[in-house]
Design a binder for this molecule. Structure first.
Ligand SMILES: *Cc1c(COP(=O)(O)O)cnc(C)c1O
Length: 389
């Protein structure tokens, strides 16, 4: 039975993340209509702030889709791919494979570039499969299923010289990791509200470059998905005409969370993720936890994938943590029982929630020194961060 206990639950998962207090407050604002001038004013602030978050230029159309990150993914293929198009998909984990499946459903001829589990896509493998017949290259920036960061700037450099569009899944990166849409030459990017922004799930912030929009306009046939047709999106977000009823309360919350992120500063957020990653690794290393991704440059800072110590009862420990109000995510498919994926996106990348984890783990694993080690690591890393380089 569902019990509304209002107990504080600690989410250390790779999404959803704990809701930012400013977003939580914004959810209580009284309802307004989706065509209300006040909502259009709020929307245009969201559009401006999204351009900043994505590092996008003025000509880029930013907007929110009423759905989760996967809708952002699907909208890109639905609008920018036509039957028979050659689409090169980088797939080194489950979200890359989701991209390949979606592209195929919209009629693309999919060329796959893969990498061994726990390794980043090699730009040389992209170069080898890229030719003038490719109309789109799609890549996941941070592959959540394995904690791998793909080299998007290097891949973008290869794509720039061709006629292909570049689609980037920025779900675990935008708002928390460097992301420079204009400088890199990304044509379509999306994220989910409940990841790095710590807003409630249900919105997919997207950015569509002018080049992508021209490609959309040049389609031979309208996109098979009416709901997030880029033209309809533009009608509402730019011309303020009705397309469908947007979830206004979620817009309030996302607006607040996005403002909070930019007020904090994107650089500060990047530093916060890295600091917490070092603290957690240092605290857990003596127990036998080690980085799952071999090469340091391939590690995704926002999803810390740690190999479990020999003999640790993965399901048992995570089940006991859940009973104590803490959610930790294990591996997926081949990494199930092998790794934990600790979320460091948005509000989870702070000492307080991880101190709760260490407190409970200390009891469960019989490691009384764990919390003191955690506190010491936080202090040392903070001191290190404050010192001039
Ligand atoms: C979570 C996630 C998605 C899907 O987002 P949903 O909000 O679950 O639909 C897509 N890509 C990546 C990299 C993700 O981490």
């Amino acid at each position: 039975m569902f019990e509304d206990t209002h107990d504080e639950h600690v989410l250390l998962t790779p999404g959803p993340t704990p809701i930012h207090p400013r977003a939580q407050r914004a959810l209580t604002r009284p309802m307004l209509g989706h065509m209300d001038p006040e909502v259009f004013a709020l929307n245009s602030e969201i559009q401006r702030d999204l351009r900043e978050m994505y590092g996008a230029d003025e000509g880029t159309l930013t907007a929110l889709l009423a759905g989760t990150g996967s809708l952002g993914m699907e909208a890109g293929f639905a609008n920018l791919v036509e039957a028979g198009d050659e689409v090169l998909v980088c797939a080194n984990g489950s979200f890359g494979r989701r991209m390949a499946e979606m592209a195929a459903r919209y009629g693309a001829k999919v060329r796959l570039v893969t990498a061994p589990l726990g390794e980043a896509i090699d730009p040389a493998d992209v170069a080898a499969q890229l030719d003038d017949s490719v109309s789109m290259v799609a890549v996941v920036h941070g592959e959540t299923s394995t904690g791998v960061l793909n080299p998007v700037p290097e891949i973008a450099k290869l794509v720039r010289g061709t006629g292909a569009l570049l689609t980037v899944d920025a779900v675990t990166t935008a708002g928390m990791e460097p992301f420079d849409m204009a400088k890199w030459g990304v044509d379509y990017a999306y994220t989910g509200a409940q990841k790095c922004l710590s807003a409630p799930p249900g919105l997919a912030p997207v950015a569509i470059s002018e080049r992508a929009f021209s490609r959309f306009r040049a389609r031979r046939t309208p996109p098979p998905l009416w709901y997030c047709d880029f033209g309809g999106l533009r009608d509402y977000w730019v011309d303020h005409s009705y397309h469908h009823t947007v979830p206004v309360n979620l817009h309030f919350a996302l607006h607040a969370a996005l403002r909070a992120a930019l007020d904090e500063g994107l650089d500060t957020r990047q530093a916060r993720v890295r600091l917490m990653g070092r603290v957690i690794e240092r605290t857990l290393a003596p127990l036998g936890f080690s980085p799952y991704v071999r090469r340091p440059q391939d590690r995704l800072p926002t999803v810390l994938a740690l190999r479990l110590p020999e003999g640790l009862d993965d399901a048992g420990v995570r089940g006991a943590l859940r009973q104590r109000g803490i959610s930790v995510t294990g591996g997926l498919g081949p990494t199930a029982g092998v790794i934990w994926r600790l979320g460091l996106m948005g509000e989870s990348a702070r000492p307080e929630p991880y101190r709760r984890l260490m407190t409970e783990l200390a009891g469960l694993l019989g490691e009384p020194g764990l919390v003191a080690r955690f506190d010491a690591a936080v202090q040392e890393e903070l001191a290190r961060d404050l010192l001039p380089a």
